[in-house]
Ligand binder design. Sequence first.
Ligand SMILES: Nc1ncnc2c1ncn2[C@@H]1O[C@H](COP(=O)(O)OP(=O)(O)O)[C@@H](O)[C@H]1O
Ligand SMILES: Nc1ccn([C@@H]2O[C@H](COP(=O)(O)O)[C@@H](O)[C@H]2O)c(=O)n1
Length: 238
Amino acid sequence: MQSSAAVADAAIAATTVTAAKSGPFLIVVCGGSASGKTMFAHLLKTRLNSERVFILSMDHFYRNFTEEEKKEILKEEFNFDSPDALDIDCAHDLIVKMKSGEAVNVPSYSFTKHAREAHTTLVPSMDIIIFEGILSLHDDRIVDMADKKVFVSADEDTRLNRRLTRDARERGRTEESTRAQHEKFVEPAYRAYIAPCANKLGTNGLLVENNEGQNLEPHVESLAKEIREEMKWRGVSL
Ligand SMILES: Nc1ncnc2c1ncn2[C@@H]1O[C@H](COP(=O)(O)OP(=O)(O)O)[C@@H](O)[C@H]1O
Ligand SMILES: Nc1ccn([C@@H]2O[C@H](COP(=O)(O)O)[C@@H](O)[C@H]2O)c(=O)n1
């Protein structure tokens, strides 16, 4: 039979776990540029079918650039794939607030102007936050806050081909500029900073292969089921 002290300790431990697990559920989706992170995040939001799911894109956290950096950007010599290009502290602080149930103002970034927009978006308290970005698992403070970690993996050719199409269509880029940027900055940063993040998934993380012809839906479906069960346990029905 357990002593009353042991029973009390177990009760305290259970309370601590409950407290740590309360609040909005944070899913962090990492992977190379054009691997399919945004697609995965949107499929998951659709599958969860709740107004209280918010996709927080790391793309909104590019820094304000100095005059010197702006000259480099014009010459296509700026490295947007280095962790230094992003205000990761700002993303971290915002996620801390969202995890504690606060409303936040999310910054906005323009890929055509390479600059922060003047406006921010007010986001109310959410039940589920999906944080997606190339370096979303780079900062260990964010890794530690994640309730679920996902790494979307695609081979280099697939990522480059998807990016060529997307950047021409949505980001006003030429094929030549996208190829040069890929070779000089995107792939080296993928190898140095992004691919190693897959090692941070831990036992409960999800590695999703998303090469040509592969389907994200089965992964999304099983993750949505897992999240629904967890949220039910937390007393939130989706
Ligand atoms: N499995 C897939 N099959 C076909 N196209 C895909 C697949 N996954 C992603 N894409 C396309 O590739 C492009 C990049 O995907 P996206 O989700 O925006 O990448 P990321 O957010 O990782 O940069 C988009 O045009 C998207 O529609
Ligand atoms: N002004 C900018 C800012 C970033 N990029 C590129 O965006 C990529 C990350 O966004 P994904 O949606 O593709 O994950 C990153 O690889 C940067 O090279 C840019 O081209 N211009």
